[in-house]
Design a protein. Sequence first.
Length: 202
Amino acid sequence: MRALLCALIITLLFSPVLFAQKDKKTIDLQHESFDVRDAMLAAAAKGKINLIIAPGIKGSLSINAKEQMPADAIKYLAAAVGCVVETRGDITVVVPKNTPSQRNLPVLAIPSDKKAKALIARSADVRVELLKLFKAAEMTVIIGRNVSGRCTIKLGEVPIKDVIETLAWVNDLSWTVLKEVVFIGSPKEVKAARLSFDAQNR
């Protein structure tokens, strides 16, 4: 009986389930005044999570959280500032609760093997990042004058198409394809550009 009990204990101690629990990468967040974006970036870095935080999300939190899974920590932090977490491909996105779904937009002909370079930025200029992405995709782009804003971004190598679409969504941007040129801007700018282009090419 004793031998059977010892065998059972040894089996439990060395089971893959227990090892999996020990090997999980958790994060501790402890600070009296922690900027929510910095806390989310720390969780994303620990969990190797691709993260985009929409413009305007901010807040200072007092945190005492131990052994949290990074993805869960991001969800809790987002909820604490009235936001939600959505997933777009391999990208985790933090947006305000009332963010509308992305419009039905033309497909961008960017192969999925074209990847964005790794980037971590607390205040990335959306216009600059979009230019870099379209350049890396070897596509001609015109960005409207009303495109502005700053996002918090932590990305590994993910498909350029996914990053462009996510940045457009969180910044309430639209796009249209004018022959071989992508015009990206506010919905109003894009509608005006489309009408003007079509009128000239009748």
